[in-house]
Design a protein around this ligand. Structure first.
Ligand SMILES: *[C@@H]1O[C@H](CO)[C@@H](O)[C@H](O)[C@H]1NC(C)=O
Ligand SMILES: *[C@@H]1O[C@H](CO)[C@@H](O)[C@H](O)[C@H]1NC(C)=O
Ligand SMILES: *[C@@H]1O[C@H](CO)[C@@H](O)[C@H](O)[C@H]1NC(C)=O
Ligand SMILES: *[C@@H]1O[C@H](CO)[C@@H](O)[C@H](O)[C@H]1NC(C)=O
Ligand SMILES: *[C@@H]1O[C@H](CO)[C@@H](O)[C@H](O)[C@H]1NC(C)=O
Ligand SMILES: *[C@@H]1O[C@H](CO)[C@@H](O)[C@H](O)[C@H]1NC(C)=O
Length: 423
């Protein structure tokens, strides 16, 4: 009874906030699996289901599941990022941690719900609660696995789990990216095994830490203890970038698998600093069936500052090198940096505040337009009618990316095992 009461009274408060919030409550009712786990941009039957649900045949493009994490003040950047990587086939999950307020999360959910495109396809979701988190602690691993678990439950269609933060931005359109990914066997993983100088010195495996975010509501920095402990001898530890593109079958192994290693490793990492830079790499290298399924490249562009031990903010002076790299995402950017507008204009063809055009989003008259006319129309783009979400049309950048992906896969065949430099 008392639980029911608190549940009802919890929503009672929301009702007072006004009519817009009632949307979120409706969503909570229509999504019994998740209860109040997240709010989503439910489609209001604008489109028949056959136009909304990706078809999954051998010739259809793959489907990506994006997890986008952010903290206090990041909601505008997150919205811009979703628009820049939007495609109706994909899934998007936005997570604001406990550094942001309930108000900020609700505003983000309402902004998502007010986008006509997101609403029509119903594939952008905002996690309703903010968990406490320190990117340097095991709470960051918990949050990433939580995102993957929600995405596994939400959709049976996706092929790869892609982690991004509010400070990231794409260097390719989704039509180009999905084209390139169609060359990749669905069980391959893109993950970086680093041997950067300076990185290993930072990884003090034997040092004990405590992450209060595992049991406090508010974001709290991790503590370093003076105690140390012995290095494990039943497994070797590997590491690299925490930003990954992982196959569905590998995520199922980590979250739902029968093998106990991923769980035991989580418990070990409870007291290790920077475990998100170690967890997935270590699971791969200690699991024979997954050992040979990685490509040592996470497809990101970033510039590492060894003194600070973090990626440096990119700006317009990095533009040329960034867009001519073969990476598909870059990080980190400051909010509203002019280099983002350059990427919008020259790489993504994204109109101000709009989504990136593609085959799925038709503009009347564009079909018969010449190339020059087409690019002019594209700049003012807003979908005036829905196209086919199962058809993609790569541009020249997409074709180049496809060739690069094929090359990566061929190179990997010569050296399938990437586990060479343990920490
Ligand atoms: C680091 O990796 C690169 C490329 O994989 C390799 O050429 C280099 O020898 C490695 N360095 C060390 C110290 O292992
Ligand atoms: C790294 O950061 C430090 C401290 O802000 C700065 O002094 C140094 O110039 C940076 N390194 C590079 C290569 O920019
Ligand atoms: C861009 O970043 C570099 C460091 O990577 C810095 O030296 C330069 O001053 C920055 N330029 C601008 C316009 O902020
Ligand atoms: C494109 O051109 C063809 C004939 O040239 C015409 O039948 C068709 O209606 C045109 N389509 C659009 C969208 O203008
Ligand atoms: C694009 O928009 C601008 C101003 O909003 C307008 O002048 C131009 O004619 C439009 N171009 C096309 C191709 O619709
Ligand atoms: C993985 O590749 C290595 C060669 O690098 C090979 O010796 C090993 O048997 C392979 N493991 C599996 C499970 O295929």
């Amino acid at each position: 009874m008392s639980r029911l009461y608190s549940w009802v009274s919890g929503y009672h408060c929301l009702w007072i906030l006004g009519i817009s919030t009632t949307l979120a409550v409706v969503v909570a009712f229509s999504r019994p699996y998740f209860g109040d786990e997240f709010s989503d941009a439910t489609s209001f039957d604008e489109l028949p289901i056959s136009m909304r649900i990706p078809s999954k045949g051998p010739d259809d493009p793959p489907v990506l599941a994006y997890s986008i994490s952010g903290s206090h003040g990041d909601s505008r950047r997150m919205l811009r990022l979703v628009k820049a990587i939007y495609h109706p086939r994909n899934q998007y999950l936005l997570l604001l941690d406990a550094g942001s307020s309930d108000y900020e999360r609700r505003e983000l959910a309402l902004s998502v719900q007010s986008e006509r495109v997101f609403k029509a396809f119903g594939n952008v979701n905002v996690v309703r609660r903010g968990s406490a988190l320190d990117p340097k602690g095991p709470s960051a691993v918990a949050s990433t696995l939580h995102a993957a678990a929600l995405l596994l439950k939400m959709s049976a269609d996706w092929d790869w789990f892609v982690t991004l933060s509010a400070a990231d931005y794409p260097l390719a359109t989704q039509d180009d990216l999905l084209h390139a990914f169609s060359f990749v066997p669905r069980d391959l993983n893109f993950i970086d095994y680093t041997n950067k100088t300076g990185w290993k010195e930072r990884q003090k495996i034997d040092e004990f830490i405590l992450d209060p975010n595992l049991f406090f509501k508010k974001n709290t920095p991790i503590f370093y203890a003076t105690a140390t402990r012995a290095t494990p001898d039943t497994f070797k530890i590997f590491g690299g970038s925490p930003w990954v593109i992982l196959s569905r079958v590998f995520m199922e192994h980590c979250i739902q698998g029968w093998d106990n290693f991923p769980r035991k490793l989580l418990m070990y990492f409870t007291n290790v600093a920077f475990p998100l830079e170690l967890y997935f790499q270590t699971v791969f290298c200690n699991t024979p069936e997954f050992q040979n399924t990685t490509v040592d490249n996470n497809l990101r562009y970033s510039i590492w500052n060894t003194t600070l031990g973090e990626a440096m903010d990119l700006n317009i002076s990095n533009y040329n090198e960034m867009v001519s790299s073969e990476a598909v995402f870059a990080r980190t950017f400051k909010e509203g940096d002019v280099v983002l507008s350059e990427i919008d204009k020259n790489v993504l063809n994204r109109p101000l505040d709009g989504v990136v055009p593609g085959q799925w989003c038709l503009h009347l008259g564009i079909l018969n337009a010449s190339l020059e006319e087409r690019s002019a129309i594209d700049r003012n783009y807003s979908c005036s009618s829905w196209g086919d979400i199962n058809s993609i049309k790569p541009g020249s950048n997409g074709l180049k990316l496809g060739t690069f992906f094929s090359k990566l896969i061929d190179e990997r065949k010569l050296r399938p095992n990437q586990c060479h430099n343990s920490v």
